[in-house]
Design a protein around this ligand. Structure first.
Ligand code: NOJ
Length: 576
């Protein structure tokens, strides 16, 4: 990690300069042959990550869990899921990373626990159990939940508990009861867990759905027409700032830890409060750009997105968090379909568009997050058979959609699922063209994307023009060019149909990024003083000597040297 001396001391931070790599351990690398990835498997790939240039690894939950939501249902915050290994494996991984100057952040889900967590098992024993108030209970008759709030996975957010005759709240699966953050004992228990992990030596947290912690006590009904009924009431609920402040003063202020909050429905305005100078967290994940392809009926509907909308969302966030805020930059994670299949072209221009998206990721102002497999341009996978679906969210929604729409043949939904399902991100990492993509010697817990014979790490590393090498070059470039990390952002293509171009400026260094987000050639005239000479090209995703069809590079209409002619999905970064 490079520390840039030219930037104002107050603004610099290691987590701003870092490149983060997200590992979904289930699907990363299986060292034991049981078909499930594990921590020793991650250790085998630490050098791979180091070679790529990664600074920080984010592990999605590895805690002990009944695995209803692949570990986001935590049974014991201080133990490791046996399938993944033990605490000793986690410590060994941490040492491997630290030895190479890398860091590790853990994923902490504290909006809810598993229903098998000892707190919930106690809480549901009786209404007067001391742990009862660790969760959110509400009186009500069976079949008449306290309000109309929905679970993110579909259906009511309330589950009736037979034994004690009350409902409990679960914003996700009914086996993920929501913790009652209004109870100071809950808060102290969670702070203790956070401190415990930081004392174990980890370097920070990704905090799961952390803006949902506070719920209004009156439990008002939500708007039934919204994509997630009730969301307006439980996003940034009445006491959220108190809870964040508590985390900060009780925990984060005492460690040099990186904190990034996952925040559904986050707006720029609210992000400024959570991550600005007075905010509790360093960064937050927002989701506006990955909702552009939602249809009229929401997430489980496919909509059209346009380049101007795409550009507008990124620009709004870049401008909105200029100053003391800081963006997270991501296009993929374990909940999202593969970006090259959504915002690029996963067929003819797969490599070009994957590289274009990577260029965006590493040249905007913020911390880039790579999701496993993104660095080789992994694509969505076909889910033609209902029995291949593993994700609880997809399964529940398929059931609901079939019931709602009166469908009895899954084939009618398979295109939608193959486009939208979180399983697209969860197919095994494609290491080689060996059986099961080199992920496991056993039977993988989820299907391998059949394109692994073409798209795999071994092949990508052997080809100097590959997506993988382009990621590595971009990481090196960002490390070398402080303007790409700290520079101010300015949009310079506000009206173009397909070109997203911006300038970054830091002191007397400038960079111009031009991205043609389309399968056709486009011309674009950058602002007057912008560099367009090949000598100033810092990186581009086409060979510099001509296009695939032999067209020259820089002569737009009338051979005007001030006009860039950008080939399909061409990306260029100039420095001046
Ligand atoms: C967000 C996580 O990213 C997702 O995978 C999980 O299902 C929900 N939060 C519930 O924890």
């Amino acid at each position: 990690m490079i520390v840039h001396r030219s930037t104002d001391e107050r603004d610099r931070a290691w987590w701003k300069e870092a490149v983060v790599y997200q590992i979904y351990p289930w699907s990363f690398n299986d060292s034991r042959g049981d078909g499930i990835g594990d921590l020793p498997g991650v250790r085998e790939k630490v050098d791979y990550l180091h070679d790529l240039g990664v600074d920080v690894v984010w592990l999605t939950p590895v805690y002990d869990s009944p695995k209803v939501d692949n570990g986001y249902d935590i049974r014991d915050y201080r133990a490791i899921l046996p399938e993944f290994g033990g605490l000793d494996d986690l410590h060994a991984l941490l040492s491997d990373l630290h030895d190479r100057g890398m860091k590790l952040i853990m994923d902490l889900a504290v909006n809810h626990t598993s229903d098998e967590h000892e707190w919930f098992r106690a809480a549901r024993k009786s209404r007067d159990n001391p742990y009862r108030d660790y969760y959110i209970w509400h009186p009500g008759e069976p079949g008449e939940p306290p309000n109309n709030w929905e679970s993110h996975f579909g259906g009511s957010a309330w589950e009736y508990d037979q034994r004690t005759g009350e409902y409990y709240l679960h914003l996700y699966h009914h086996r993920q009861p929501d913790l009652n953050w209004a109870n100071p004992d809950v808060r102290e228990s969670i702070y203790e867990i956070m401190r415990w992990w930081l004392e174990e030596g980890i370097d920070g947290f990704r905090l799961d759905v952390i803006n949902l912690l506070s719920k209004p006590r009156e439990f008002p009904d939500g708007d039934p027409d919204s994509d997630w009924t009730g969301v307006k009431h439980f996003v940034d609920g009445p006491r959220i700032h108190d809870y964040f402040r508590g985390m900060r003063t009780e925990v984060f202020d005492h460690y040099d830890a990186m904190t990034v909050g996952e925040m559904p429905e986050l707006t720029v305005e609210s992000a400024r409060k959570h991550v600005g100078e007075d905010g509790a967290l360093d960064m937050a994940f927002q989701f506006e750009h990955v909702q552009l392809d939602y249809g009229e009926a929401g997430r489980w509907d496919i909509g059209e997105w346009t380049v101007p909308e795409f550009r507008e969302v990124f620009t709004r966030w870049q401008e909105g968090l200029a100053g003391d805020g800081w963006n997270t930059l991501f296009l993929n994670n374990h909940d999202q379909p593969r970006s090259v299949s959504r915002f690029g072209d996963d067929d003819r221009y797969r490599a070009e568009s994957a590289k274009l998206l990577a260029t965006l990721l590493f040249t905007l102002r913020g911390t880039p997050f790579i999701y496993q497999g993104e660095e080789i341009g992994m694509t969505n996978a076909p889910f033609d058979r209902i029995e291949d679906i593993r994700d609880v969210d997809t399964r529940q929604h398929v059931d609901l959609l079939m019931a709602e729409r009166g469908i009895d043949d899954y084939a009618e939904l398979s295109d939608l699922v193959s486009y939208r399902s979180r399983d697209n991100a969860r197919t095994p990492m494609q290491w080689s063209d060996d059986r099961a993509a080199g992920f496991t010697d056993g039977d993988p817990w989820i299907t391998v994307n059949p394109n692994y014979t073409e798209i795999n790490v071994e092949r990508e590393r052997a080809d100097p023009d590959s997506v993988w090498h382009y990621y590595r070059e971009l990481i090196t470039l960002r490390d070398r060019e402080p303007v790409l990390i700290y520079g101010d952002y300015e949009l310079v293509s506000p009206d173009h149909d397909t070109v997203f171009a911006y300038r970054r400026t830091l002191d007397d260094r400038r960079a111009l990024v031009a991205l043609n987000v389309a399968p056709e050639t486009a011309t674009f005239r950058p602002p007057g003083d912008a560099p367009t000479d090949d000598a100033d090209l810092l990186i581009g995703n086409y060979p510099a000597d001509g296009s695939e069809d032999g067209a020259p590079v820089d002569d737009g209409p009338g051979n005007d040297p001030g006009v860039l002619s950008l080939r399909p999905y061409e990306a260029r970064v100039y420095g001046l």
